[in-house]
Design a protein. Structure first.
Length: 87
C-alpha cells in the first residue's frame, strides 16, 4: 500500500470514490450502482453510505483503499484524510 492524502467535503462513499479515482460524483454514483464497490468485503450500492475510519473499500479496476485517519479540517470545513491505496 502507498500512503496518500485526500481532501473531501464529507465521508460519503461517492465523494471519496470520485476523489480517489478522479471521477465526477455522478460517474461515481453510477459505478456504485453497478455493484463495482465493496466495503469490508460486502457489495454496497448506496452512494449515501457514510464511510468510517479503518474501512476497506475495494473498487473494481481501481484497487483498494483503507481510510487511515482524519488529519485535520480545512478553513472551508473540508476533511483532510490519510489513506492507504494499492498501486
Amino acid at each position: 500500500y502507498i500512503e496518500d492524502q485526500i481532501i473531501v467535503s464529507s465521508y460519503r462513499l461517492d465523494t471519496i470514490i470520485s476523489d480517489v479515482c478522479c471521477l465526477s460524483r455522478e460517474k461515481a454514483k453510477q459505478y456504485i450502482s453497478l455493484k463495482n464497490v465493496k466495503i469490508n468485503g460486502v457489495i454496497n450500492t448506496n452512494p449515501d453510505y457514510i464511510v468510517k475510519i479503518d474501512d476497506l473499500i475495494s473498487i473494481h479496476r481501481f484497487g483498494r483503499i483503507i481510510l487511515k485517519e482524519e488529519i485535520k479540517k480545512t478553513k472551508k470545513d473540508k476533511y483532510v484524510l490519510s489513506i492507504l491505496k494499492t498501486k
